[in-house]
Design a protein around this ligand. Sequence first.
Ligand code: HMG
Ligand code: MG
Length: 302
Amino acid sequence: MSLPSRVQLIDVGPRDGLQNEKQPVPAAVKIALVHRLQAAGLTEIEVTSFVSPKWVPQMADNAEVMAGIQRQAGVRYSVLTPNLQGFEAALKTRPDEIVVFGAASEAFSQKNINCSIAESIERFAPVVQAALAAGIAVRGAMSCTVGCPYEGDVAPERVAYLAGLMKQIGVQRVDMADTIGVGTPLKVQKAIEATLQHFDVDHVCGHFHDTYGQALSNTLAALQMGVWNFQSSVAGLGGCPYAKGATGNVSTEDVVYMLDGMGIATGIDLDMLVDAGAFISDFLGRAPNSNVAKAILNKRAG
Ligand code: HMG
Ligand code: MG
């Protein structure tokens, strides 16, 4: 078994995490979270999304958050852009990478972005072109690659179909997302295999929600296939407002602890990461949704 010696983590907490919070989180808190993540050694942070504020009110302060960040050299700041309107607003805030986001299931595409898979690709194509012309990197998120809250199981063929479309329009790398955290290792490996029909392993990221507690196992299953890019969320924040009942991404703390224990480098300081998670969890008025963070905080308290 050959495992990667290094893993690149993208913390999606400020975006995927906070988009799901009912209580308003002030821009200053979001900015402080980003600062704490970069101080802990995160070199990729998904900061916000340029979506309709009617659909996701929590992300309405996108431009303010992007403007407030003190950027650190070597850190990549990404934002979600579902259409040209979102891209044009995002462009003014100088993101390093934009993310178009589609789904392997038709029903989720309709519920999340109000169009079919084919229509979504038509909308994304000019966004991708404009981003690449502006020197901005492009990632494509693929939701529901294992299961869909509306359609149930999703076949790997659907994943391969979407990955092929993403490749055709010029997306540089894709996120294989288990939106509702129903995946188990062999199913996740099949979805990754399907993605690998169109993208090489260096351009596939694992994005695992932890609803059923399988995300770390799924991360290991992906590592065993050579995947070394993953998204995770500090304090396990998150979920998708259009995937009811789905909980947050696997916590960055849990992933870093596992990788540290396996001798796989991440460049992240676990103690400072736990501090970042405690900061946002204190603001939200609850404990971090991370076993590792809870264990470390308990140990410190004891
Ligand atoms: P729509 O209603 O079909 O859009 O929504 P429209 O083009 O018909 O425009 C309707 C109104 O929205 C207009 O305003 C537009 O100006 C406005 P009005 O005239 O009514 O005042 N509008 C926008 N405003 C701001 N920014 C924009 C924008 N576009 C239109 N970019 C739309 C289509 C895509 C906009 C909508 O469905 C939407 O915003 N969806 C976002 C849903 C979302 O953010 N979901 C969560 C992120 S995805 C996720 O979490 C999954 C992921 O983590 C991976 C995984 O786990 O699976 C990535
Ligand atoms: Mg997600």
